[in-house]
Design a protein around this ligand. Sequence first.
Ligand code: HEM
Length: 468
Amino acid sequence: MSVDTTTSTTESSRTARKLPPMLSGGLPLLGHALEMRLRPVDLMQRGRDRYGDMFSIKLPGSPQSVVMSGPKAHQKFFRFSDEEVSMREVYKLMTPIFGKGIAYDAEPEIMKEQLAFFHDALRETRLRTYAAGFVAEAEEYFGKWGDEGEVDLYRVGNELTIYTSSRSLLGPSFRQHLSDEFAKLYYEMEAGLNLLAFFAPHLPLPAFRRRDRARARLGELVSTIVRERREKGLTEEDFLQTLMDARYKNGQRLSEDEMTGLLLAIMFAGHHTSGVTFAWTGILLNQNPQWLGRLRAEQDAVLGDRNDLTLEDLRGMPLLECAIKETLRMYPPIILMMRKVLKGFEHGGFWVPEESMIITCPAMAHRIPEVFRDPNRFDPERFGSERDEDKKNPMGWISFGGGRHRCMGIVFAQLQLRAIWSHLLRNFDFELVESRYEPDYNRLLVGPRMPCRARYRRRKRRTIVAAA
Ligand code: HEM
């Protein structure tokens, strides 16, 4: 039987010409850049309210920027191959820190090999070591707190996760002796991440010079540890060890500079993202105290009067797991993900041409009421087996991205957050200080705006047991 393809071809070439509608309100030259900078989520919401899953905005430097939201559009976005869309363009401001030819700056084949090294560093046996590290770091950090006081949750999250990260990346001995220097170098590199770094990363500015000096010094520190381990025949259970043992497919070892770059890539991927999620979790739980009670009861059920938190314990806390997932739904630290289109494509009756930017926005898409019921309410039960709102809408929940570039640190991040909150739930009561806690869109990874203070009071052992 012969099939007449004329109509469908004509139809598809007609849709092939139809670009996603352009959102009103762009300024001459700047387009929507200013609104994107100041109120990114409102901008995305305005576009979705007007046009639905696909619409265009105007951003400098890109002929067409298309926002894709909703589970179907996310599936399209995340299932592209690296040959169809590119992340290099988007993450190029990281190149002076990671290094040339590292991660997204590498050719797709090499990038795949480099990212695959991380899988080894995150395998099951390693998770046990990292989990023990999270528990030890939380005990040490909160052990220094008094019986009561005031802290900034944003600061606490970022400090504590610097310690957990440096321990998991470079080992406990580095963590003990050099983590203050590491934190300083890391912050100097981070201060070199701004809009200028995107367009002219090598201008002779003091911030860029400090960034480059810090990167060079960190390279020296990593080289020293690598040589020491090789000379003494030492092996450790950390990310660096995985990179030292790794080989490219052609048998070649990683250079020390590549190891430094990849360690920094992991650090930048996992540090603030976890730190701000820690802070939002504290805010949301204390704004919804009924959840504090339920989570404490879960802690008691899992641990009784034990204090030795294990990997198995951390895996057996479904309510805490849902509460953190819900926090990540309401306040995903990565509010936008972008790709440059290398091959034009059709979706939803629209044509998206080569050279366009495509954008997803978890912070907006996570509030779509058809996907998440009553989306502005903190309701961890939506992820429980009775409702399964995420599973019913594959790729509706995209706090960790999706598809081939989905976050590799999902388990690591969740275990870390559970370890920290398990400790705090069992040992402290909190009271929020600010009248409002709002996202700070001035930061690349969006957390609560500072100050975001909370008062704490150490729970007496008697209170804990009585509650149990
Ligand atoms: C709450 C904490 C975290 C959040 C919300 C988060 C979120 C994300 C997201 C959204 C992506 C995808 C970016 C894109 O598609 O453009 C991503 C990628 C990635 N994340 Fe995470 N992340 C977190 C923690 C971590 C941790 C702790 C690690 C490492 C230990 C990590 C390692 C990575 C890596 C290596 C990638 C790149 C994967 C690839 O390109 O194939 N992340 N993360």
